[in-house]
Design a protein around this ligand. Structure first.
Ligand code: NAP
Length: 290
């Protein structure tokens, strides 16, 4: 099959490798061309524009930062791509409202649209073990489920377009909440003089434990947030999207606004492109006397 991938960033690059490994013909486009070039040696063709990339394939995978990037690529650029008879598969994390809007616009242009956001990060993208959540009609789910198995073994139909986007935001809210909560407890026991090993031993044996605690422990202890799998700026983007969608369905916003505030401060400290465990620098700053 002829597949186009737009967005060859942290996630897009390993996902491109998976598409090629599954035997498809792949054309890629990335705003910063040098990142697209990294897939050439694996067999991808590099397109000169997003429109040229889209026009060359029956299936267009979008792995872009946010809704603004998707809008630019699909609708704002000159020349405009021809979306007729093509299927757009949106795999980044955007809000259900944005996704439903893109669905309508793509259909008005004569194309098909489905959302397939993923849980998991670069290692899972490389291994093809992402959790793929599909928001689509039954027809499009059946048509594209097998193809999407190159990213994860069991793509799941969550519901119509918007439902998978909503589920993805719910999961990322949990990531933000667990990470901020763990950072606070870790900072607290450190400053109270409790042994970290004792703290972790008890947490690991308890019902409070989440695997993400151990994944982030070393980074927080070493205050080393370089080479991120998932940068702080994208987690803040998701927290903001979650906040607005939660407000629309009348949920209490104080917790999510607090976490959003912590992440915004972390960006202000210069950690936008670092791993989101850098929230520890805000919760427990290294330069504070105690
Ligand atoms: N990293 C993860 O663990 C992870 C896991 C699940 C889901 N996600 C989600 O997947 C999406 C991609 O994540 P990522 O980690 O791969 O991010 P990333 O490395 O920052 O890549 C973002 C991509 O979007 C492009 N882009 C940004 N603004 C653009 C614009 N205005 N016009 C055209 N292209 C634009 C970037 O192009 P340039 O290279 O030119 O900047 C890049 O290709 C995000 O929605 C993220 O929340 C990430």
């Amino acid at each position: 099959m002829k597949v186009t991938l737009i967005g060859t960033g942290l996630m897009g690059r390993p996902m491109g490798e998976r598409i090629l490994a599954a035997g498809h013909h792949l054309t890629v486009f990335n705003r910063s061309r040098e990142k697209a070039e990294l897939l050439r040696s694996s067999g991808a063709e590099i397109a000169a524009s997003a429109a040229a990339a889209i026009n060359s394939a029956e299936c267009v995978i979008l792995m872009l930062a946010d809704g603004a990037a998707i809008r630019e690529v699909l609708f704002d650029e000159d020349p405009k791509p021809d979306l007729g008879q093509r299927t757009v598969i949106q795999m980044g994390s955007i809000s259900p409202t944005e996704s439903i809007g893109f669905h309508q616009e793509v259909v008005e242009c004569g194309g098909d649209y489905l959302e397939a956001p993923v849980l998991g990060s670069i290692p899972e993208a490389r291994a093809g073990s992402l959790l793929v959540m599909m928001g689509a009609s039954h027809f499009l789910f059946k048509r594209w489920c097998t193809f999407l198995q190159c990213f994860g073994p069991e793509p799941l139909l969550v519901g119509e377009v918007g439902k998978a986007a909503a589920l993805k935001l719910a999961l990322n809210q949990l990531i933000a909440f667990l990470t901020a909560g763990f950072a606070m407890s870790l900072g607290f026991v450190q400053r109270q003089g409790v042994e970290i090993d004792v703290f972790m031993k008890i947490v690991r044996q308890s019902a409070l434990y989440a695997a993400t605690f151990d994944k982030k422990l070393e980074r927080m202890l070493n205050r080393d947030y370089a080479n991120p799998n998932f940068p702080t700026k994208h987690l803040l983007k998701d927290v903001k999207l979650f906040r607005d969608e939660a407000e629309a369905v009348h949920l209490e916003l104080r917790t999510i606004e607090g976490i959003g505030g912590l992440l915004a401060l972390t960006l202000d400290k210069g950690f936008a492109d670092d791993d989101y465990s850098a929230v520890f620098e805000t919760v427990c700053p290294s330069d504070t006397k105690h």
